[in-house]
Write a protein that binds this ligand. Structure first.
Ligand code: SF4
Length: 161
């Protein structure tokens, strides 16, 4: 294992049932094609910061440069919980020898510039980094970040049906 590339990865992409609805987003390309060649370091920001499975869905709201992570139905604000965990986890990951990080597209926690942010009532939705990605980018600026769609395209692998 020691001589394999280490890649961070959103845990739901490996088939771990950590999503808000108790499901996963398994990318077989990652587990079956890339998996034997690399060592994955799975991370689920929302579960590792202490939120349960299942949980209420969340979205980013407010200032796109500094959005809040709020649940969609009851409006619970999990921003500080996730940020506080992310700062500590990103510091550990900075020393983990990662060659890159594959993150779940469009997630309010894991998205890379493509997570929806609702700025204010009636204002158009804009896109930004998920909360964990923002901290990871700040703390580990030299680690390349991709989402699963980028990786699939880079390896000319077809999208799942
Ligand atoms: S997208 Fe990120 S936070 Fe959401 S379930 Fe997957 S790993 Fe967890």
């Amino acid at each position: 294992m020691g001589d394999k590339l280490r890649l961070g990865v959103s845990a739901c992409l490996l088939g771990q049932r950590v999503r808000y609805d108790g499901g996963h987003k398994l990318e077989r390309f990652l587990t079956e094609t890339l998996g034997p060649l690399v060592e994955f370091v799975p991370v689920c920001p929302e579960v590792e910061c202490g939120l349960p499975v299942p949980r209420e869905a969340m979205r980013l709201v407010g200032d796109p440069a500094n959005p809040r992570l709020m649940t969609t139905q009851t409006g619970a604000d999990h921003t500080e919980r996730v940020l506080s965990w992310a700062r500590q986890r990103a510091a550990e990951l900075a020393d983990a020898g990662l060659a890159g990080f594959i993150l779940k597209a469009r997630s309010p926690s894991c998205g890379i510039g493509d997570a929806e942010v609702c700025p204010a009532e009636g204002a158009p939705v804009v896109r930004a980094d998920g909360l964990f990605t923002r901290i990871l980018r700040q703390r580990c600026p030299l680690i390349p970040l991709w989402n699963e769609q980028n990786v699939r395209r880079a390896f000319h692998h077809p999208a799942p049906p």
